[in-house]
Design a protein around this ligand. Structure first.
Ligand code: GLN
Length: 445
């Protein structure tokens, strides 16, 4: 069972920041009582999962992977947690992430590294690295992650599992600790596509507590898996298949695409001409929003406080001591881009380019139903290998455009390197077309 598995491998993997097994067992016993009483139970009842530690859980410590929230206990549940509890799903624990979801390897966690279960000398990806590693290691059946610029899809790809970033607004962000509010979405990481559809059935939908939540009706995502992919029009953006991509990744992705052709899908080359600007645009907009969102950690209202001579000194000491290097870097970049003399040159320009990137996708989706790319340019790298932040940012080339355009994207395993490392295929859909990308992923897996 999952608990035995946790005892056996968690020491090597390090996915969990907090083990809430006892509460989970009590919850599972309640499900047993329901079954014994002949009550109907939900599909997810008693199924154990893990929650990324930037999603608030009432009375259960939630750290965002940061020292500044080391002992923060939320007074409320995120909407997704309320919905999961309503289905009697059980929560085994809170899992590791890059501090405030800033990163792509989980090495920016203030607490511990997480190891990739396929090769423990390698990173699990990030920032939802704990979520992906737990599912891949079998220490959770499902997990929730958050994806601002790839943080569900890229760790899913590195760990050989399925990860879905829903359309912006499809899942409520209420109770998700904000990183970049115009990009953040919560989504599932699961062993297969059917499980992703099951979790989506529970967490998707409107929420009065999130003003950006979509009012569109929620379809039955598992029902959507039945249709095939005959006649599905697949676009391959030529800008994504360029030099610099790992050759084994490219070969696996191209093989997957020919498998789709064999199933009756039509493949054509398309162009997303502003792709080259996506990483720079993202690394202006996301830090700008982050700098603003993280202003609340001031030693007064939330989390840790380091005493000082006066108020300003207290705030300065708290933020200096408790935020990690990457978070500080983003706050500096963000405030710089937003400052009076530079706003037009950087932040405003980034917003304009974001619109051009969105328009690239709108035009492409007049021609094709889905777009396929590698999820990440390389398989999982060694812990400590990606020491230069810029080099790490460039890894996000295939995932960040999807967030900038607010589209749904899924990563599905599409093979292994000769060294046995998993490779992921990314399938991108039109707004609110989760059904289409789930169906395509299901037909393939
Ligand atoms: N790697 C990206 C970043 O560091 C994406 C993170 C995310 O999606 N939360 O911002």
């Amino acid at each position: 069972d999952v608990c035995a598995r946790m005892d056996a491998v968690e020491g090597e993997v390090g996915a969990y920041l907090l083990d809430t097994r006892e509460a989970a067992l009590a919850e599972a016993n309640r499900v047993d009582t329901k079954i014994a009483a002949g009550e109907e139970i939900s599909f997810l009842a008693g199924i154990p999962g893990a929650i990324k530690d930037n999603i608030c859980t009432k009375s259960v410590r939630t750290t965002a992977g940061s020292k500044i929230l080391e002992s923060f206990i939320p007074p409320y549940d995120a909407t997704v947690i309320t919905k999961l509890h309503a289905e009697d799903a059980v929560i085994l624990g809170k899992v590791n992430l890059d501090e405030f979801a800033m990163g792509g390897s989980t090495e920016n966690s203030a607490f511990q590294p997480t190891h990739n279960p396929w090769d423990t000398s390698r990173v699990p990806g990030g920032s939802s690295g704990g979520s992906a590693a737990a599912v891949a290691a079998g220490t959770a059946i499902w997990a929730l992650g958050s994806d601002t610029g790839g943080s569900i899809r890229q760790p899913a790809s590195f760990c050989g599992i399925v990860g879905l970033k829903p359309t912006y607004g499809r899942v409520s962000r209420y109770g998700l600790m904000a990183y970049a509010s115009s990009l953040d979405q919560i989504g599932p990481l699961t062993r297969d596509v059917t499980d992703a559809a099951h979790i989506m059935n529970v967490i998707a939908g409107h929420d009065v507590m999130d003003s950006t939540a979509s009012k569109a009706a929620v379809p039955d995502y598992t029902e959507a898996l039945r249709a095939d992919v005959k006649g599905l029009k697949i676009g391959l953006p030529k800008e994504y298949f360029v030099a610099g991509m790992d050759s084994e990744v490219e070969a696996s992705v191209r093989k997957a695409i020919s498998d789709f052709e064999a199933m009756g899908a039509e493949v054509r080359e398309i162009s997303l001409p502003h792709t080259d600007y996506a990483v720079s645009t993202y690394y202006l907009i996301a830090p700008a929003e982050a700098a603003t969102n993280l202003e609340r950690y001031d030693g007064v209202s939330y989390g840790a406080r380091v005493d000082g001579e006066d108020l300003v000194d207290m705030m300065t000491r708290t933020r200096t001591e408790k935020f990690g290097a990457e978070v500080k870097r983003r706050i500096l970049i963000g405030n710089y881009a937003l400052s009076a003399g530079y706003y037009d040159a950087y932040y405003l320009k980034a917003l304009k380019v974001r619109t051009l990137i969105q328009q690239d996708f709108t035009r492409a989706f007049e021609e094709v139903d889905v777009i396929m790319t590698p999820t990440a340019p390389t398989p999982a790298y060694k812990i400590g290998e990606m020491s230069n932040p810029l080099q790490m940012y460039l890894q996000d080339i295939s995932t960040v455009p999807v967030n900038l355009a607010g589209l749904p994207g899924i990563s599905v395993p599409c093979g292994f390197t000769a060294a046995g490392l998993p490779i992921g295929l990314q399938i991108i859909g039109r707004p609110l077309a989760e059904e289409t990308i789930l169906r395509a992923a299901y037909a393939y897996e």
